[in-house]
Design a binder for this molecule. Structure first.
Ligand code: BGC
Length: 779
């Protein structure tokens, strides 16, 4: 039977003319070309045409070819070897996980092997980690979340999609939707902070921005959201450790950002490396089938994390490789990243009836469907034809968007006696290991971003200072004096100055003495807030603390610019410094953005997306905790109350906190009704006023508390926010609509309910300074 005979009959009749035209081409090309011509550039929906194509392909495929589609192979940033190309040509690979720096030419060679040499010409798809940018690096996501600016975050994601797709990539392993309340975990830097509602709102805009109006567009990227699920709550903040949590906490706090992403159309989900309540996520049938497929109706692709299938033996749920492949595949992991377990073991699993052919076909159909949605059957080279290929690398950067996002992500934590903004004519001593550091400012996962393109703080200040002003730079300290401690980090490229530590400090102090003001850029190396980089304490490394102490002793005004990927316990440092600006790892345009804020060209508007504890011993510390039966009240202190007796019970900086160069006031909330009928929504209004003399943006935050319910509810929970710009003296009315469904929770049987009773609604500019009103939900 000729290959053409597999086509549906109606289709055959309609396309016969076209097939005649193509007749002279080799038979396989003819077959595929004819198929492709039949289908329009794809959208994301399952069309009849798409079904016909996938059916036709599945009928043609051998079991080995099908299994090949389930393998995501590692592609290095190097010309592919003949071994790699031959494996692709034999149909043993379905997709490629690409290293940063891989070129479109290298991707093209691999795609050619698939589409010109493999029997069925099925294209590959190419994925990479564009976690906060591809070439233009935006602030780390913890910083982006601190902007509370959904438009700016969406614009950053769109740029990543434009740049990533122009580099030949089809999918990004992003966004990271792990909720984390443990800053010891280095990967907190990759996510959007501690709050479920904020992360879910961000997830939705990021998915839409990455995937664009249609996934098939040449500048759209498929989002592979990760890590499903519970990874952000690893015990003790130790990376890859076990997660054990109640189903309620999982459902209410950790799953909603993923659900929001699925609802927004995310095309793929990556399983977590970790286990959840004893069952590794990659082999967790309940997560992958009951929750993801049945409850949420997810119809995209499930990919394992890197090596996660193989690691199932270490997790102790499989005796050997075959057991690992069986556990992952039958649970619902469809494609395995960077191991050969499916390729090696699925044939025998199927022969023995331990995995079914129907399961295999379903997984393969999903992979093919992903490729179809990405437009790859229509044109496998659609993301390899960027017209700007000839344009210089630097010209391809989106600097304006990066600077805008970066300055919105900066959080002013302290500004004693308005030491900021700086006078552009002031003589500045700029010190610290991060002050002139183009590598660390990019943060972890900097994809194809280049330090050579990054604006350091030193350059940013030079760009902003008046011509008559002096800038004296001194490093003052290494990031750490113990590079050996960091030798095992995934990213350990820490630059080390062998000058004696006392000499470095003396040079910095000498520079400080000659200046009007000191700007000290201190914090972490990017590798310290990264995968595999957990910490037991959250202090600034000791030598940096010594430097800051010495600078404080000069008596000069002292501005601390923090660069780090997690909250640091800077209780003392925040007292030594007159001003503290949290800048995270702010990306390619970081230096200019920080200078914009330091000199007042941009009025800071960022608000923390994560609580800053005073001590690592307070972890987990998060704003939406339960009240307990014995809450501590500092107004009436007593023993037998829930607190640590050796430390101030409050956070150093609360969730939602951030200062501005102007002052804002917020009125108590006014409610559309104090008694809500069942099903009736609530409207909350508040008056916000800029009381100062500069225009500025702030974030009005709305929290709710269910005072009495069948299960204990958090002391407050974010359910709405609005970022707004106010001119000096301007007043604005903010109105936030709260659907009654937002007042719901999981009852004792984990069914969603909205219970009648008393609620508090709180409005303010951070999670602690709030104005309150109350209302009732009627039965
Ligand atoms: C990480 C993922 C990442 C993958 C590929 C894994 O170690 O957990 O987040 O996408 O590597 O780089």
């Amino acid at each position: 039977m000729s290959r053409l005979c597999v086509l549906p009959e109606t289709w055959m009749n309609k396309r016969i003319g076209l097939i005649k035209v193509l007749r002279k081409r080799p038979v396989a090309t003819l077959w595929l070309a004819a198929l492709l011509a039949a289908y329009p550039a794809s959208g994301h929906s399952m069309s009849a045409d798409k079904d016909a194509l996938l059916d036709a392909l599945l009928r043609q495929m051998t079991v080995q070819e099908k299994i090949g589609q389930l393998r995501m192979q590692h592609a290095r940033a190097a010309p592919p070897s003949s071994t790699e190309l031959d494996a692709v040509a034999r149909g043993e690979v379905g997709a490629m996980f690409t290293e940063p720096g891989i070129t479109p030419a290298q991707i093209r060679a691999l795609q050619q092997a698939a589409t010109q040499r493999s029997r069925l010409r099925i294209p590959l798809f190419f994925a990479g980690d564009m976690v906060h940018g591809q070439r233009t690096i935006f602030p780390i996501n913890l910083g982006q979340a601190s902007s509370w600016d959904l438009d700016a975050i969406a614009s950053a994601a769109r740029v990543a999609a434009i740049e990533g797709s122009a580099d030949g990539l089809d999918m990004t392993f992003a966004p990271v939707l792990d909720i984390s309340r443990d800053p010891r975990w280095g990967r907190m830097s990759e996510g959007y902070g501690e709050d479920t509602y904020l992360a879910a709102r961000i997830a939705q805009v990021v998915i839409r921005a990455l995937q664009g109006p249609t996934l098939g567009a040449s500048n759209s990227l498929m989002a592979c959201v990760k890590h499903f699920a519970g990874y952000g709550a690893v015990e003790g903040g130790r990376d890859y450790n076990t997660t054990d949590m109640s189903e309620r906490r999982l459902a209410e706090d950790h799953l909603p950002p993923f659900k929001a992403a699925v609802d927004a159309g995310a095309g793929a989900v990556m399983t977590a490396l970790t286990s959840l309540n004893g069952v590794p996520a990659t082999a967790n049938r309940w997560l992958l089938q009951d929750v993801l497929r049945r409850q949420w109706q997810f119809n995209g692709l499930v990919i394992s994390d890197h090596g996660a299938v193989a690691e199932l033996t270490d997790h102790g749920i499989a005796e050997d490789g075959q057991g690992a492949a069986e556990a992952a595949f039958t649970a619902g992991t469809q494609m395995s990243m960077s191991d050969r377990y499916f390729a090696r073991y699925l044939p025998s699993l199927i022969k023995q009836g331990l995995a079914s052919e129907q399961q295999l076909d379903a997984a393969v159909r999903q992979v093919l469907s992903t490729k179809y949605d990405l437009g790859l059957f229509h044109d496998p080279f659609r993301r390899l034809q960027a017209p700007h290929a000839a344009v210089g690398e630097a010209q391809r950067l989106h600097r304006a968007e990066a600077r805008d996002m970066a300055r919105r992500s900066l959080v002013l934590l302290k500004n004693h006696k308005q030491v900021l903004p700086l006078n552009p004519h002031a003589n500045i001593a700029l010190v610290g290991p991060l002050a002139d550091n183009a590598l660390d400012i990019l943060g972890s996962w900097h994809a194809s971003g280049k330090p050579g393109h990054a604006i350091t703080l030193r350059r940013g200040i030079e760009n902003a200072q008046a011509p008559d002003a002096r800038l004296v730079y001194a490093k003052g300290a290494n990031i750490s004096d113990d590079p050996l401690a960091f030798a095992l980090l995934a990213d350990n490229q820490m630059s080390f100055d062998p000058t004696a530590p006392e000499t470095l400090i003396a040079q910095a102090v000498a520079a400080a003495r000659r200046a009007d003001v000191i700007v000290a850029a201190l914090g972490e190396a990017r590798g310290m807030s990264h995968e595999g980089a957990s910490r037991t304490d959250l202090n600034l490394p000791e030598q940096q603390r010594a430097l800051l102490r010495a600078l404080k002793a000069t008596g000069k005004p002292l501005v601390l610019v923090l660069m780090n990927g997690r909250p640091l316990t800077i209780t003392e440092e925040s007292q030594w410094a007159d001003a503290v600006l949290e800048t995270w790892f702010s990306g390619t345009e970081g230096g200019n953005a920080i200078a914009d804020v330091l000199f007042g060209d941009y009025n800071p508007s960022g608000k923390l997306a994560v609580t800053f504890p005073r001590s690592a011993g307070q972890i987990p510390m998060y704003y939406n905790h339960l009240n307990t039966g014995r809450p501590f009240d500092p107004a009436t202190p007593s023993a037998y109350r829930s607190r640590y007796y050796d430390i101030d019970d409050t956070p150093l900086y609360p969730f939602g906190f951030g200062l501005s160069y102007t002052r804002f006031s917020v009125s108590p909330p006014r409610l559309s009704s104090a008694r809500l009928r069942s099903g009736q929504d609530l409207r909350v209004a508040a008056t916000v006023r800029n009381e100062g003399t500069r225009s500025g943006e702030t974030v009005v935050q709305l929290y709710v508390r269910d005072r009495s319910a069948s299960v204990s509810r958090p002391v407050k929970q974010l359910i709405g926010f609005e970022k707004l710009l106010l001119e000096p003296g301007q007043t604005r009315e903010v109105v936030l609509e709260i659907p009654q469904s937002a007042l719901g929770f999981m009852d004792r049987d984990l069914r969603p309910v909205i219970e009648p009773g008393g609620f508090d609604v709180m409005v303010g500019l951070d999670s602690q300074a709030l104005e309150k009103a109350s209302f009732q939900v009627m039965p």
